[in-house]
Design a protein around this ligand. Structure first.
Ligand code: OAD
Length: 235
């Protein structure tokens, strides 16, 4: 009997770019007009929590704009998961929910989720569609001013690393889509999968920091490259 094939896919900001969600490392080096250290670190939240709340409130409002929808690349990955005989695990560095909206179910958010809050006192993680501030109340423990975005900031530990490490060790395919390869540990996943014997493929608009680590790199927009690759796999 044949063992089920394992496909592990890593996505980054590039897969959501054509849906209208800006990438992190734009030409100006800023993320939506801010230096990353001013909005995406625990130190920034400590120093200026209102600014950080406001920044993520804006990102959340934008994500909930009806104009922002999953694109052909998100949809193709959801189709792969449903129609392939292989086991497909999708790991995303993105904090948007476009993979879920496209229908992907076996999905891990490495860097957290924009549409969730976390209480720094009781640890409760809750769905979040509204704005938060330093006067927001935790619905679980009732404390005021203890909510933060459920997002992994620089200097914090990404989520699901044990599960991801096992999946990479068992991977037959590792495919990276729309990521610049600047941020570890995600940038190191290709090496782990390679050492475990996986075939490795990169789909990205430009060459990334880690392109040389892949057996194959295809350059172009995700909405073209991803559906084409999924069609190849599904035969
Ligand atoms: P980046 O903004 O660093 O890189 C986006 C990549 O997508 C670049 O290599 C682009 O060439 C590529 N790209 C842009 N448009 C594309 C398109 N239409 N199709 C295909 N590729 C396209 O974003 P990430 O690599 O995701 O972390 O960034 C990684 C992490 O750094 C983020 O998760 C975030 C950030 O700081 C945290 O917040 C912890």
């Amino acid at each position: 009997m044949h063992r089920q094939m394992n496909i592990v896919i890593l996505t980054g900001a590039g897969i959501s770019a054509e849906s209208g969600v800006p990438v992190f490392r734009g030409p100006d080096g800023l993320w939506e007009g801010h230096r990353v250290e001013d909005v995406a670190t625990p130190e920034a939240f400590e120093a200026n929590p209102e600014l950080v709340h406001r920044f993520y409130n804006q990102r959340r409002a934008k994500l909930l704009d009806p104009a922002i929808q999953p694109n052909a690349a998100h949809l193709a990955l959801a189709r792969l998961e449903k129609e392939s005989a292989a086991h497909v695990l999708l790991i995303t560095q993105n904090i948007d929910d476009l993979h879920e909206r496209a229908g992907s179910e076996n999905l891990l958010h490495l860097h957290g989720e924009l549409l969730k809050s976390r209480c720094t006192t009781c640890g409760n993680v809750a769905p979040l569609l509204a704005e938060t501030s330093t006067s927001s109340k935790c619905q679980a423990c009732g404390n005021i001013g203890t909510l933060r975005p459920h997002i992994v900031w620089f200097g914090e530990m990404p989520f699901h690393l044990e599960e991801i490490s096992s999946a990479l060790r068992a991977a037959d395919w590792f495919v990276s889509i729309g990521t610049s390869g600047n941020v570890y540990p995600a940038a190191g996943f290709v090496s782990l999968a390679s050492h475990a014997g996986a075939r490795t493929l990169e789909l990205n608009l430009d060459p990334s920091q880690t392109s040389d680590s892949f057996q194959e790199s295809r350059l172009g927009p995700a909405t073209q490259l991803v559906p084409a690759w999924v069609n190849e796999i599904l035969g």
